[in-house]
Ligand binder design. Structure first.
Ligand code: C2O
Ligand code: CU
Length: 480
C-alpha cells in the first residue's frame, strides 16, 4: 500500500483491487408488549410497491408486506430464522440483517455474498441468530433502504437478565420517497461535494447531512399524526431505538424522564443514565426508564436539520397530548458520550498485538465527487485481508468535514474509547478530525462489507471489505 496514512502489518493485505467472493421467527405487530406473544403470520416477506399516507398526502413507495416499517421480526438467540423474500418489486433486491453475526451467504450484500434477487424471484434467508438484542433489516441494493424497505429485528434472550414490564420498538427514519421523486433521483442530483452548508451540528462536529427531508418518522408516523405508546404509571419500560434513516442522525429524549442505556447496537453495556443521546444511521440503543403519570413526548430531533420525529408515551387517559412543537429540556441536558459506554466484562475483546493494526483515512476525492476509504472508491474499493482468529485493530481517521457512521457486516467490534475497554457496537460515528480505534475479532470467516451508513456516502464510494478465512474466488462488482 503506497499511502502514507496506511500502516499495514505483515499479516494484513490491503489491496487496491477488489476481488469479491463471490425455528421460524414470529412476525408480529410493531409495538406489542414483550409479554404478549405476537401472532405468527408466517415467515414470508413480500417486497413490493405500495402507498403510504403521510400528513394526508398519499405517496408511492416500496415496502415489506405493505407496512411501514416492515413487520417486526422476533427471533430467539440460538435459534434459526427462516424468512422467504418474495420480490414483487420492479428491481432486484436483497435483505441485509444489520448487526447479526450471520453466515456470509445470508448477509444480503449484493455482488459480494449474493446476487440480488430479480423481480419475480424469491430468496430463502435461513440463519441462526447467535446474539440477543435489537437489530434491523433493510434492503442493501442502491438507495432502496431510503424507501420503505426496512424493519426491526428483535432477538430475545431466553435468559433475559434485564427486568422490565413492557417494551417498545422505536424505528426512526428520514422520509423523502414520493415527495420529489425517488431516493435514486435525489442521489443522482447530489454529488459528494454538495451538501447544505446550513446543516451543521456541534454534536456531530460539522456538517450533519446532505439534505433536509420533508418528513421524519417514528414507526412510519409523522410528528403531526404521532404514534402513541400506551403503558401505565410506574411501569419499567424498555425502549429499543433504531435509526433506519439514510442521512439523518437523531437526538433522542423522553420528556420528563431520564434514560438508563442498557445496550449498544444489541450488546449489553454497563448501565449509564443520561437525558439524551444521538443516534447515527445504523446505530441502536436500548434504554429502560420508569414511567411517570401523564403523556410524554418521545422526541427525536433531526440533528443539525430543522425537523423532528415525534411520538407520545401515554400512561394516563386524561393527560393532554404533548405538542410535537414543544421543547423537551432533556434534549439539552446530559448527553450520552461513547466514553460513558463500557461493554460487560464477558464481552470485552482481548487487546490485539501491535502487528495487526491497520490505519486508514475516511476521505473525499480531491475535486471529485466521491467519498473514499483511504482514497479507494467504488471503482477500486479498499479491501482488508486479515487472518482468521486474529483480533485486528482498525484505526480510522476522519479527514473530511462530515461525520461518518461506519458499519461492519458480520461482527460486533469493540470501540476502544480507552486502552481498557469501550462498548461493543457494529456501527460507530466518527466526527471530522476524529480518530477512532475499533477492535474486531476475526471469528466469522467471509468477505464482509465495511462502509459508511450514510446511504449517499455508501453509494458514492465509501465502502470496502474485510475478508478472511477463505481465498477470494472471483471478481465482480459490489452492486453500485
Ligand atoms: Cu445496515 Cu451494509 O448495512
Ligand atoms: Cu459517511
Amino acid at each position: 500500500m503506497n499511502d502514507s496514512r496506511g500502516a499495514v502489518s505483515r499479516r494484513l493485505f490491503v489491496s487496491g483491487v477488489f476481488a469479491a467472493l463471490g425455528a421460524a421467527p414470529v412476525v408480529g405487530p410493531m409495538d406489542g408488549p414483550a409479554v404478549a406473544a405476537a401472532a405468527p403470520r408466517g415467515s414470508v416477506l413480500r417486497a413490493r410497491p405500495g402507498t403510504v399516507v403521510l400528513d394526508g398526502r398519499t405517496l408511492s413507495t416500496w415496502m415489506y408486506d405493505d407496512r411501514l416499517p416492515g413487520p417486526l421480526i422476533r427471533a430467539t438467540a440460538g435459534r434459526t430464522v427462516r424468512v422467504r423474500l418474495v420480490n414483487e418489486l420492479p428491481a432486484p433486491t436483497t435483505v441485509h440483517w444489520h448487526g447479526i453475526r450471520i453466515t456470509p451467504k445470508m448477509d444480503g450484500a449484493p455482488g459480494l455474498s449474493q446476487r440480488p434477487t430479480p423481480p419475480g424471484g424469491t430468496f430463502d434467508y435461513v440463519f441462526t441468530v447467535p446474539d440477543p438484542g435489537t437489530y434491523f433489516y433493510h434492503s442493501h441494493v442502491g438507495m432502496q433502504s431510503d424507501r420503505g424497505l426496512y424493519g426491526a429485528l428483535v432477538v430475545a434472550d431466553p435468559r433475559e437478565p434485564l427486568g422490565y414490564d413492557q417494551e417498545f420498538t422505536v424505528v426512526l427514519d428520514d422520509w423523502q420517497d414520493g415527495v420529489k421523486g425517488t431516493p435514486e433521483d435525489a442521489e443522482r442530483r447530489m454529488s459528494a461535494t454538495s451538501h447544505d452548508k446550513g446543516l451543521s451540528s456541534p454534536l456531530l462536529g460539522g456538517v450533519a447531512g446532505h439534505m433536509r427531508y420533508p418528513y421524519y418518522l417514528v414507526n412510519g408516523h409523522t410528528a403531526n399524526e404521532p404514534r402513541t405508546f400506551h403503558s401505565r404509571p410506574g411501569a419499567r419500560v424498555r425502549f429499543r431505538v433504531i435509526n433506519a434513516a439514510a442521512d439523518t442522525a437523531f437526538r433522542v429524549a423522553l420528556g420528563g424522564h431520564r434514560m438508563t442505556v442498557t445496550h449498544t447496537d444489541g450488546f449489553p453495556c454497563k448501565h449509564v443514565t443520561v437525558d439524551a443521546f444521538v443516534l447515527g444511521m445504523g446505530e441502536r440503543y436500548d434504554f429502560v426508564t420508569t414511567l411517570g403519570e401523564g403523556a410524554f413526548p418521545l422526541m427525536a430531533m433531526a440533528e443539525g436539520k430543522s425537523g423532528r420525529a415525534f411520538a407520545v408515551v401515554r400512561t394516563s387517559r386524561g393527560a393532554r397530548r404533548p405538542s410535537p412543537d414543544g421543547t423537551v429540556p432533556e434534549l439539552n441536558r446530559q448527553m450520552l458520550k461513547y466514553q460513558d459506554l463500557e461493554a460487560r466484562r464477558a464481552d470485552q475483546l482481548p487487546q490485539p498485538s501491535r502487528t495487526v493494526t491497520v490505519t486508514f483515512g475516511l476521505r473525499k476525492r480531491p475535486g471529485g465527487d466521491e467519498w473514499t476509504l483511504n482514497g479507494h472508491g467504488a471503482d477500486d474499493p479498499l479491501r482488508l485481508r486479515v487472518e482468521r482468529g486474529e483480533t485486528i485493530r482498525i484505526v480510522m481517521h476522519n479527514d473530511t468535514h462530515m461525520w461518518h457512521p461506519m458499519h461492519l457486516h458480520g461482527h460486533t467490534f469493540q470501540v476502544r474509547t480507552t486502552d481498557r475497554g469501550g462498548p461493543r457496537k457494529d456501527t460507530v460515528n466518527i466526527k471530522p478530525r476524529e480518530r477512532m480505534k475499533i477492535d474486531v475479532h476475526a471469528d466469522n470467516p467471509g468477505e464482509w462489507m465495511f462502509h459508511c451508513h450514510n446511504l449517499f456516502h455508501q453509494e458514492q464510494g465509501m465502502m470496502g471489505t474485510l475478508g478472511y478465512g477463505r481465498p477470494p474466488r472471483r471478481k465482480h462488482d459490489m452492486g453500485h
